[in-house]
Design a protein. Structure first.
Length: 77
């Protein structure tokens, strides 16, 4: 799943609000739009929160191997 796919899914799940519309007039995702920037910021925060999640039963940090390394496809930004 690409960043553009995630942004589209989040935007649709939020009811396609016009103030965070990530698309240009031609229906393409506009990476310079304020909507795209806001949604990317939220997705990056979510990635950090998930990567720092601790199991409440033992208070241990859960490791996600997908978030380790320098694989370009694993990065959101």
């Amino acid at each position: 799943m690409t960043l553009e796919n995630m942004i589209d899914d989040v935007w649709e799940a939020l009811g396609e609000e016009s103030d965070i519309d990530p698309y240009d007039g031609d229906g393409n995702i506009d990476t310079t739009s304020s909507g795209f920037v806001k949604l990317r910021r939220v997705l990056n925060r979510a990635q950090v929160q998930v990567s720092q999640w601790k199991d409440p039963s033992n208070n241990r940090l859960v490791r996600f191997s997908e978030l380790l390394g320098e694989d370009e496809d694993a990065e959101l930004s």
